[in-house]
Design a protein around this ligand. Structure first.
Ligand SMILES: [Cu+2]
Length: 375
């Protein structure tokens, strides 16, 4: 691709700038043809047809090929512009004038929860005064993988760690119906094949108001360092309502996807999800979490090993239960204080149900706390 500066090209560029330029954007002519970038949004990624373009005017044609609403935002070099929400199967365009630099391109839906689940990529805009070695055009598509690799160190800069300590009343959640079935019903429709399994959880829990006070403690540290380097180190000990003493040691995260849990795995700090967000099951009210993690655990009952592959989901989240009877108090709990520590333990794949009501273990510590830890 050559970067000619024929008057006709310059005029066309000027027209496009007038039509689509942002207030305050530099008015100099773009160094090449107006760029056209196709973007595809889906759960949970943003695919760009080109990841490196020349400075100047660019039109993004954005298709939502996923199954829930998304949007498209470009941020960097003083610019922050987004499309309106794009329904599944629909498209939108966004025309911007971009100067050289690196831009974040992501889905802004759900207070950045979609972004944190992976709908985030980068666009590099290069100055066009030198020859066309910038990879502008389709030849850039072969470079996608190397571009992704080069993002890793940048992601590492955001490595964070959190230390969580249980506190307050301890409750065991027993099988029972979900108290907000009507609120969850429209969200469940978006879960396709997995809807049936979720609908049985509406009736049988584990997200119920059937709770009993127990005792125990849970402390862990979690490291959010990107999909394959996340880590956890923790220990939970509790005595369930039947008098059984359980001990769970956490030393590795779980990074494999499972149904209706996009990016089920690892450690995610600061996620807004569940409930009406369409991110993960709607059988937990809408919440903010300081940390959400998925891990394999070593589970012992009365001192004997039950499994080394217990599937564990932990969240420190907005309080969902009220004082006294600990019934679920809100369908949208996102504004509540983040102090409820949830521990859910399920048998590993192919393993028998636990000897506990409903075959699962689900324990909450209602007034827990967290602090930054060394990353
Ligand atoms: Cu999205």
């Amino acid at each position: 691709m050559s970067y000619t500066h024929a008057p006709s090209v310059r005029n066309a560029t000027a027209l496009l700038l007038a039509a689509g330029a942002l207030a305050g954007a530099p008015a100099h002519p773009a160094p090449g043809d107006p760029a056209a970038v196709r973007a595809k949004l889906s759960e949970w990624k943003v695919d760009l047809s080109q990841r490196t373009i020349a400075a100047g005017t660019v039109t993004f044609t954005v298709a939502n090929v996923g199954s829930i609403p998304h949007a498209f935002e470009v941020e960097g070099q003083g610019i922050e512009q987004e499309t309106t929400v794009i329904q599944p199967g629909s498209s939108a365009t966004l025309t911007l004038t971009l100067k050289p630099g690196t831009y974040e391109v992501y889905c802004p839906v759900g207070k950045d929860s979609h972004k944190k689940l992976g709908m985030n990529t980068r666009l590099t805009v290069v100055g066009g005064t030198h020859s066309g070695s910038a990879g502008y055009g389709d030849s850039d598509m072969g470079g996608v993988h190397s571009s992704q690799m080069s993002e890793s160190p940048a992601m590492g800069e955001h490595a964070q760690a959190i230390r969580v300590k249980s506190g307050g009343p301890v409750i065991q959640i027993l099988p029972g119906p979900f108290p907000f079935p009507d609120s969850a019903a429209p969200i469940l429709k978006q879960f396709g094949d997995e809807r049936e399994g979720l609908e049985s959880q509406v009736k049988n829990g584990p997200y119920s108001n059937n709770v009993t006070p127990i005792s125990g403690s849970f402390t862990f540290t979690a490291w959010d360092k990107g999909a394959v380097r996340d880590s956890v180190d923790g220990l939970a000990e509790f005595t369930t309502q039947d008098g059984a003493r359980w001990r769970l040691a956490l030393d590795r995260v779980q990074t494999k996807d499972v149904p209706h849990h996009p990016r089920f795995g690892g450690v995610i700090l600061g996620l807004y999800y569940h409930g009406n967000t369409a991110v993960h099951t709607p059988l937990v009210p809408t919440i903010n979490s300081a940390v959400a993690l998925w891990a394999f655990g070593h589970l012992y009952k009365d001192g004997a090993l039950v499994t080394d592959n217990a599937m564990v989901h932990v969240m420190l989240l907005s309080r969902t239960r009220r004082d006294g009877d600990f019934a679920l108090a809100c369908w949208d709990c996102a504004k509540n204080k983040i102090e409820e520590l949830q521990l859910q333990i399920l048998p590993g794949p192919g393993e028998p149900k636990f000897d506990a009501p409903g075959g699962f273990l689900f324990v909450n510590w209602e007034k827990s706390s967290s602090a930054k830890a060394a990353s």
